[in-house]
Design a protein around this ligand. Structure first.
Ligand code: SAH
Length: 362
């Protein structure tokens, strides 16, 4: 006989079938899951939410991911590239508002001058913040020498989503060519770990062709890789991408949203002390989506501090929230938002992954 959700939640560890069962939980069952994940979060990471001021500094990208609105082949994307001054200005805003950390995210490039530019920017962010701002980067696949250079320049956390743990599915949502290689992406995660980063990955939830088994395997892969951080969110279709063709096969947005909350809660129980971000894409579906994620196990929020005039153009998906605001508006709004979850904000702190600390002190 198959186990009930209650029985599964009494266990210390979950296998694939357990996770699938939890993912299929109904409204009453899922509240039990959320209660347990909230307890684990409180015990292992506490109830301080940490900020990462998100600077989406450019949407110029060499890659052609079939789901992404800023893919190279989307000629309708209005390309931009923030100046160094604008990027440093945003970092100063984060520093002055005691955000603790910033994330530099952008389209992917690999050329020498780009690698050098990022290196200089990292050093400059450290300099203007007296070494106090923590820096996460999310700049895609690079060779190990580049990862090391950026680490030495001051970045200490890296987010690279594997997007899906199912290699076949990976090739359904990416072009099949050298630039989009699943094994290389996995190898990049290992390079990041070897280079000393707190390493984060994640997946999209509700992708075309994705099954419950795939999602369960995503969680098991994160555990196997022993990641320190995770950012995962619902897949949201973009009209100007090849994957849009499959829009009629998708589950409704609300279901993708609920499934994302369940994934966060399950991952919190399975990996306990990692950092889990409340993805911005959740808020594109539900106005208090990120706050709901905080309640079920997430502990990181990435307030957008990209100068407002560029925000519309970093359109990975449509209906991105807060594109008509400036960083100042977000600061006030977020304070109120986190307060409603019952958690508080860890102002001025890096909020590093407890998992990383434990892993590296062994
Ligand atoms: N080039 C960097 C940053 C990519 S954008 C990198 O590859 O790491 C960050 C994340 O946005 C991606 O990893 C992907 O998971 C997510 N994303 C892209 N398009 C999306 C869409 N249509 N819906 C939801 N998330 C999307």
């Amino acid at each position: 006989m198959s186990k009930s959700v209650e029985e599964i939640l009494l266990q210390d560890d979950f296998n694939k079938e357990d996770i699938v069962r939890l993912l299929k939980s109904d409204k009453i069952e899922r509240n039990k899951l959320y209660k347990k994940s909230a307890e684990i979060k409180s015990k292992y990471v506490g109830n301080l939410v940490h900020f990462r001021g998100l600077i989406e500094f450019s949407n110029v990208c060499e890659k052609d991911c079939l789901y992404c609105g800023i893919r190279k082949s989307n000629s309708d994307a209005n390309r931009y590239n923030l100046s160094d001054e604008e990027i440093i200005g945003a970092a100063k805003f984060a520093y002055e508002n005691r955000y603790g950390s910033v994330v530099l995210q952008g389209g992917e490039l690999t050329n020498k001058s780009y690698v050098g530019r990022i290196e200089n920017l990292l050093k400059e962010i450290k300099r203007v913040s007296n070494g106090e701002l923590g820096i996460t980067i999310s700049l895609g696949e690079e060779d190990e020498a580049t990862y090391k250079r950026w680490f030495d320049a001051g970045a200490h956390r890296y987010l690279l989503r594997i997007e899906s743990s199912n290699e076949d599915l990976y090739y359904k949502i990416h072009p099949k060519d050298e630039m989009h290689n699943y094994q290389n992406r996995l190898e990049c995660l290992k390079r990041l770990q070897r280079s000393g980063y707190q390493t984060g990955t994640g997946v999209m939830i509700g992708l075309p062709f994705q099954t419950y088994d795939d999602l369960a395997n995503d969680i098991l892969l994160m555990k196997e890789l022993d990641i320190d951080m995770c950012g995962m969110g619902p897949y949201i279709e973009h009209t100007d991408t090849p994957l849009y063709e499959f829009k009629d096969t998708l589950m409704p947005l609300e279901e993708r949203f609920n499934l994302t909350l369940k994934m966060i809660a399950i991952l919190r129980i399975v990996m306990k002390d990692i950092n889990i971000a409340a993805a911005t894409a959740l808020q594109a579906i539900d106005k208090i989506g990120r706050e709901k994620a905080i309640k079920v196990g997430a502990n990181i929020i990435m307030p957008n501090i990209t100068p407002g005039k560029y925000r519309d153009d970093y359109a990975l998906y449509q209906n991105k929230p807060c594109t008509d605001e400036e960083a100042d508006d977000c600061a006030n709004c977020l304070e109120a938002r986190v307060n409603i979850t019952g958690d508080s904000i860890g102002y001025g702190e890096w909020g590093d992954s407890n998992h990383f600390k434990r892993r590296t002190s062994k």
